[in-house]
Design a protein around this ligand. Structure first.
Ligand code: ZN
Ligand code: ZN
Length: 496
């Protein structure tokens, strides 16, 4: 390391900032800095857009794309322009939108602030999409059964404006918070009203035996009065939840404590941060019974994917660790790239040696629906595929997935007895929860997989379980909730 770098590191450590960086930040319009958040466009490209077209905001850049101004710019062409235009539109749509995972902790902090600022015993609860645990949110929503005037301290919570039926505030980090207010005697009624979607609530009211739900202090009273069994908040998305509750054949929703195995995890053998041993010991110490390690396959060169020799080294290490850590068990898995034609990434004689295989797409994410579906169908039909990994490749708020025919994919999984992953990374949550019901109808098993690239990543199972609950998943239909015996039986039956 040279003197200049060392000096900058020291400055950063001492002051927490870098004068040089701050200087450049000041010289760069905010809009241009925002452009840097668009996936797939690095600083060089952004700089030529800024300097070459004199655009300083995302809106201007989108306008420039629509005006075809990028075509003549060096390093750009019609294709890049179209690509950028789509990304910009997606980016603009996602403004003031947050991942649930980003807001979960802030939500708890706001709740604690309210409880502290309000007189003891004032009922407070989350409502809206936050209470329904939607993967993407516009902010945090709360209901308070009391007077709100004391809660806006201008610091932790700053009142922005008062709307007809709520107050809009922002936290110190500018997270939007919508606050509804009601009398404590009506708290249960309002809690119900502000939780479900409009479609859910309307249908609920149509099906209810009684319709006067005013002035109920507890939400449970609303359900009792309506003669409809209790419906968990995360399910209150549409009419279907009411019908299912009335039929009464619902199984209990999956709980995070029911997950017994960590399936889909990476180690330093590919692009993980922690060693195989660290991943295994961490999983064991958190009470999991097994780890299905799935490093990247050989085509994933950017992720240090495994060639056969290193694969054999990993297997030897697994054998040693399994003796040492028993009864905890590591299964020899792989996250095999699905190649363009749908084939997997190793020859059959090697594929058959794995305990299980997650097949995932990592390249050519821009296929049209027909091609992308065909590719998945071929991978599902492969006799060695155990599970389909992150089916659409989407990154919430950053990248739309490649379009697929979900029904065709799920039908094929039913036919070939391939399980479908619900990737628990809060950016992915892919399979989308809205497709779980169809998968269950078809008898397809799901699995909430952390896709952990570090020991900390294993905790993403929490977010996966929340999404799975929204889709009505129960533990008995979720592979990672199987004990080792059932998991092995599943693997054996899957590979006839
Ligand atoms: Zn992957
Ligand atoms: Zn992965």
């Amino acid at each position: 390391m040279g003197k200049a770098i060392a000096g900058k590191i020291r400055e950063l450590e001492r002051t927490g900032t870098l004068a040089a960086l701050e200087k450049y930040r000041e010289m760069t319009p905010q809009g241009v800095q925002d452009m840097l958040r668009i996936k797939g466009f690095g600083p060089k490209k952004i700089k030529s857009l800024w300097k070459g077209l004199e655009v300083e905001t995302i809106g201007e850049l989108l306008y420039a794309c629509n005006e075809n101004r990028l075509v003549e710019l060096k390093g750009f062409g019609a294709k890049t322009q179209e690509d950028l235009r789509k990304k910009l539109e997606y980016f603009l749509k996602s403004q003031d939108q947050f991942l649930y995972a980003t807001l979960e902790e802030v939500g708890e902090e706001v709740l604690a602030h309210l409880q502290q600022a309000l007189p003891a015993g004032t009922p407070v609860a989350f409502v809206g999409a936050f209470r329904r645990r939607n993967p993407v949110l516009k902010g945090i929503e709360l209901l308070v059964g009391g007077d709100l005037s004391a809660v806006f301290d201008g610091e932790e919570l700053r009142l922005v404006r008062q709307e007809e039926d709520y107050y809009l505030a922002r936290t110190a980090d500018e997270i939007p918070v919508r606050l509804f207010q009601c009398r404590p005697e009506a708290f249960g009624s309002k809690l119900f009203r502000h939780t479900g979607t409009e479609a859910f609530t309307q249908y609920f009211l149509e099906r209810a035996q009684e319709t006067d739900f005013r002035d109920l202090a507890e939400e449970a009273e609303v359900f009792a009065k309506a003669g409809i069994p209790y419906i968990e908040p995360e399910l209150r998305e549409g009419p279907g939840a009411v019908d299912r509750a009335l039929v009464g054949d619902r199984k209990p929703l999956i709980e995070v404590e029911e997950v017994r195995g960590v399936l889909h995890a990476h180690s330093t053998y590919s692009d993980g941060i922690n060693s195989l041993r660290e991943m295994a010991e961490y999983s064991r110490d958190r009470g999991y019974e097994y780890l299905g390690i799935t490093d990247h396959s050989k085509s994933a060169f950017y992720a240090n994917g495994l060639k056969e020799d290193r694969l054999r080294r990993q297997w030897a290490e697994i054998d040693v660790l399994n003796e040492e850590l028993a009864p905890f068990k590591i299964y020899k898995g792989i996250e095999s790239d699905i190649l363009n034609d749908g084939s997997l990434d190793y020859p059959a004689d090697l594929l058959q040696e794995f305990d299980f295989i997650i097949a995932s797409v990592h390249s050519n994410l821009r296929m049209d629906q027909t091609k992308a579906t065909k590719r998945l169908l071929a991978a599902i039909a492969n006799p060695y595929t155990t599970m389909l990994g992150h089916p659409t490749g989407r990154l919430l708020l950053a990248r739309e997935g490649y379009p697929i025919d979900h029904r065709a994919v799920i039908d094929a999984c039913a036919e070939f007895r391939v399980a479908i992953e619900l990737n628990a990374n809060p950016l992915r949550l892919d399979l989308d929860h809205t497709w779980i019901e169809y998968a269950l109808e078809k008898g397809v098993l799901l699995s909430v997989n952390p896709d952990a690239h570090s020991t900390g990543g294993i905790h993403d199972i929490h977010y996966g379980v929340l999404a799975a609950r929204k889709g009505g998943l129960s533990a008995d239909r979720c592979v990672c909730c199987f004990d080792r015996t059932d998991f092995e039986a599943f693997l054996a039956g899957q590979r006839v």
